[in-house]
Design a protein around this ligand. Structure first.
Ligand code: SAM
Length: 149
């Protein structure tokens, strides 16, 4: 979690979330982005190739995924702060509640990214233009939708 100083007007909380759900990682992603500053803000279908690696036994659950041109990757943004309530986003004026943004900063840092599936080799899915940090844990995969349709 970052200990970056808050900007004027930003709010954080010391509240502890009740742990009433547990998630397990099914794999991770391999991307060109080695630091958060390198990561693009959003997925880009024309961006560089990344790989989603699905660990056994969950790789068996990939049967049929090859039929989709677009898939949604559910990621756990493990480097994100989880205590912020109100932030001053870089791309907009003023203060915003984190639920009004797609920022990685949120109590449960689940990201959803709709990416083009380029191919599957065994347990490795090649996808285009992922915006996540290299090594980001993978939570789930679902059929996606072409964003241009
Ligand atoms: C704006 S978010 C978009 C998230 C996703 N498309 C969504 O809508 O849920 C993308 C940014 O999250 C940050 N990020 C990427 N991987 C991360 C990680 N593993 N932990 C924390 N932040 C991450 C990077 O700064 C990247 O530019």
């Amino acid at each position: 979690m970052s200990d970056k100083p808050l900007k004027p007007g930003e709010e954080a909380t010391q509240a502890v979330l009740p742990a009433d759900a547990s998630l397990g990682f099914i794999g991770h992603v391999e991307t060109p982005w080695k630091t958060l500053a390198d990561c693009p803000k959003r997925a880009d279908p024309d961006g560089p190739v990344s790989t989603a690696v699905v660990n056994a036994p969950w790789d068996r659950a990939l049967i049929g995924v090859e039929g989709f041109e677009w898939i949604e990757l559910y990621l756990w943004f493990h480097k994100a702060r989880r205590d912020l309530l109100v932030i001053r986003p870089g791309h907009a004026e003023g203060l915003r509640g984190v639920f009004s943004l797609r920022s990685p900063v949120r109590p449960n840092p689940i990201a959803v990214t709709n990416v083009r599936l380029l191919g599957i080799e065994g347990n490795r899915l090649r996808v285009a233009g992922l915006e996540a940090l290299n090594g980001t844990p993978l939570l789930d995969i679902k059929p996606g939708r072409c964003p241009f349709a």
